[in-house]
Design a protein around this ligand. Structure first.
Ligand code: FAD
Ligand code: EPU
Length: 340
């Protein structure tokens, strides 16, 4: 086991925060993961799993042993009815490359989730979602290694308890598991396309595509995302910093009586989801900058690091935004990004 000491994490988090790991080990197989966990147990160290670092904000130098997940491999593990295949991907596969691999093999279901940064292993953590699809829609099961005893356990969808940007791994099972692989149930024929969300249809029309294939949907999503979201290679960010808040319909009605243009989406007969980006923009934060911490100029839900912001500067900015939105609209925003 090769433990690296005092390792810079700047290149390992998309915010580009210059945190330093006291100890870091790269995990390439289950045995090296077990060895690292034994080391933690012997030395009384906590462990922290890091994938692509695209949903994490370091506000201090982590003292835990960082397990940099680089488990690789993709395989078909079976069929799921006549039209579907079960595809298992190791947790350290890059998410977007895995999605593209599936599309090249004509396996449908993940195309709307194209270009989401990060790795396969983190995808169930917050049930990643975009453009009308969440992984719970095509999730079959996952395997995870107990951080306590190194045993492998299989979780089915019910056990993961997926919700909007939520799973059991962010709640009751937090910091207890290393997700080592995820198996998806994907269509091998008769693909069900999801074209109704956002500008997908407009994008396909622009490209002159009347009968889209899964690859066309992926390209449309990529094009929309590129026009909206900042590229972490150019400006540090972790995507949406906050969740879109789900509120009682009466709360939305009160805001609407003052701002009829409020953006909201139906959830159930009692609740609606509000566009947090709209609330933050309306409150005047869009494009705000303080030192190197800021709110993106085109997407107010995305906080950015213009260069040398510390994690605490970003965190403090997020707290000010939460307080301001609460004062102005009576809605409490919840952070989506994992704060370390
Ligand atoms: P990391 O940031 O490395 O880790 C995130 C959390 O999961 C941490 O708490 C970590 O400890 C834990 N973790 C990571 N891997 C494992 C594992 N194998 N086992 C156990 N715990 C683990 N998200 C969306 O849902 N939809 C979007 O549309 C979207 N767009 C984005 C756009 C941009 C530009 C960016 C920067 C981010 C976006 N995100 C989006 C957020 C992010 O890409 C996802 O949450 C992604 O799944 C994080 O993967 P990661 O490997 O980078 O996780
Ligand atoms: N809006 C504004 N001002 C802004 C930003 C957005 O008014 O500055 C309004 C838009 O006009 C639109 C609405 O808010 O009417 C929604 O905006 P958008 O379509 O850009 O999506 P979002 O709600 O901001 C969510 C996800 C994204 C995901 C997209 C597409 C959350 C927290 N975010 O963003 O996920 O890619 O929808 O499905 O649910 C992420 O999780 O990191 C992420 C990027």
């Amino acid at each position: 086991m090769n433990i690296e000491n005092e390792k810079s994490l700047t290149a390992f988090n998309t915010f580009g925060i210059a945190a330093v790991a006291a100890k870091l080990v790269t995990i390439t197989d289950i045995n090296s993961a077990r060895e690292a966990l034994e080391f933690c147990n012997k030395t009384n160290l906590q462990s922290l799993i890091l994938g692509g670092g695209s949903n994490i904000l370091f506000t201090k130098n982590p003292e835990s042993l960082i397990l940099l997940n680089r488990l690789r491999g993709i395989e078909i593990v079976g069929k799921d009815g006549p039209d579907r295949v079960l595809v298992k991907a190791a947790a350290g596969e890059t998410w977007h490359e895995f999605v593209q691999y599936c599309i090249r093999n004509n396996w449908g279901g993940l195309e709307n989730l194209s270009l989401i940064p990060g790795m396969v292993g983190a995808s169930p953590m917050q049930n990643i979602g975009a453009y009308g699809v969440e992984i719970k829609d095509v999730f079959h099961s996952l395997e995870a290694l107990s951080l306590e005893n190194g045993n492998l356990k299989t979780f089915n969808s019910k056990e993961c308890n997926f919700g909007y940007r939520e799973s059991v791994f962010k709640n009751t099972e937090k910091n207890k598991w290393l997700i080592s692989s995820v198996t998806f149930s994907l269509s091998a024929q008769n693909h069900q396309l999801h074209l109704d969300y956002g500008a997908i249809r407009t994008e396909l029309e622009k490209a002159g595509i009347a009968k889209p294939e899964i690859a066309d949907v992926s390209n449309a999503v990529i094009s929309i995302r590129k026009s909206k979201l900042p590229d972490p290679a150019e400006i540090g960010n972790a995507g949406s910093f906050f969740k879109n808040p789900v509120v009682e319909i009466s709360v939305a009605e009160t805001i609407k009586s003052k701002y009829p243009e409020l953006v909201s989406y139906p959830v159930n007969e009692h609740e609606v989801k509000l566009a947090a980006g709209w609330l933050i923009e309306k409150a005047g934060w869009k494009g705000y900058r303080e030192g190197d911490a800021g709110v993106h100029k085109n997407q107010a839900l995305v906080l950015v690091n213009y260069g040398n912001a510390g994690g605490n500067e970003i965190l403090n900015l997020s707290t000010r935004i939460i307080n301001d939105i609460s004062d102005k609209f009576g809605v409490v925003l919840e952070r989506e990004v994992n704060i370390i």
